[in-house]
Ligand binder design. Structure first.
Ligand code: GDP
Ligand code: MG
Length: 205
């Protein structure tokens, strides 16, 4: 690959296989889905996150608390239900507490994927946030039966197997948060010739 760092084929995104993904023996299945589409694994590690790592992860975007609170209120109202609070920040405080509790309970696997439109492609494979409505064929749609109703009733985070960055900016901030520069690898993957090379002159003898 010619080095043009702004080319879309260099885009990177963060995936975290959450504690439930590991406990459900889905590590291989999850990695397979991102790998077989043509993304390149450029960083990977297993760790038990601290509460601080998780809290900072979710609040890297200063708007996250407000956006998530408003989104949650809307989803209650859309279902004809009364939200637990009218203040979005109070709702997010509960969601964040539950997320910290969930994400620090066991090892997770953090992975950086690189490739053409990595962020959007990974989100497509991952599926929508709430497993009840995630499309079939996606990781969350195929392997989880959880819902906000279930998790809110039991006062816990929704178990949706994976985290995937939501935008290129979020991906860059999250990769910096989870990985040191020397834990990420620049290397050529043989399949990239077929995915990206402009001419395929090398195929015929
Ligand atoms: P994601 O990027 O698809 O994981 O979704 P978001 O970034 O919007 O939310 C991050 C996490 O917050 C999700 O994985 C959920 O655990 C939680 N969350 C987001 N929206 C809601 C909601 O409406 N209700 C509840 N209970 N949790 C939510
Ligand atoms: Mg998100």
């Amino acid at each position: 690959m010619k080095s043009q760092p702004n080319h879309p084929k260099f885009e990177r995104t963060l995936v975290i296989i959450k504690p439930d993904g590991i406990q459900r023996t889905l590590i291989g299945e999850i990695i397979k889905r991102y790998e077989r589409i043509g993304l390149k694994l450029v960083g990977v590690k297993m760790l038990i996150p601290t509460a601080d790592l998780i809290e900072k992860h979710y609040t890297l975007d200063p708007e996250w608390r407000t956006k998530t609170g408003l989104k949650t209120i809307k989803s209650y109202v859309d279902k004809g239900l009364k939200p637990p609070h009218t203040d979005p920040l109070k709702i997010t405080a509960i969601i964040l507490k539950n997320l910290v509790n969930y994400m620090t309970k066991g090892p997770v696997i953090a992975i950086v994927w690189q490739g053409s439109h990595a962020v959007e492609i990974v989100r497509k494979i991952t599926g929508g946030t709430e497993p009840l409505t995630s499309a079939m064929g996606t990781i969350r749609g195929d392997f989880v039966i959880d819902s906000y109703k279930m998790s809110d009733t039991d006062g816990r985070a929704v178990r949706n197997l994976v985290h995937a960055s939501g935008s290129v900016k979020e991906a860059n901030d999250e990769i910096d948060h989870w990985f040191n520069k020397n834990e990420l690898f620049d290397y050529r993957h043989i399949s990239e010739a077929m995915l990206y090379d402009v001419d395929l002159d090398g195929i015929l003898k």
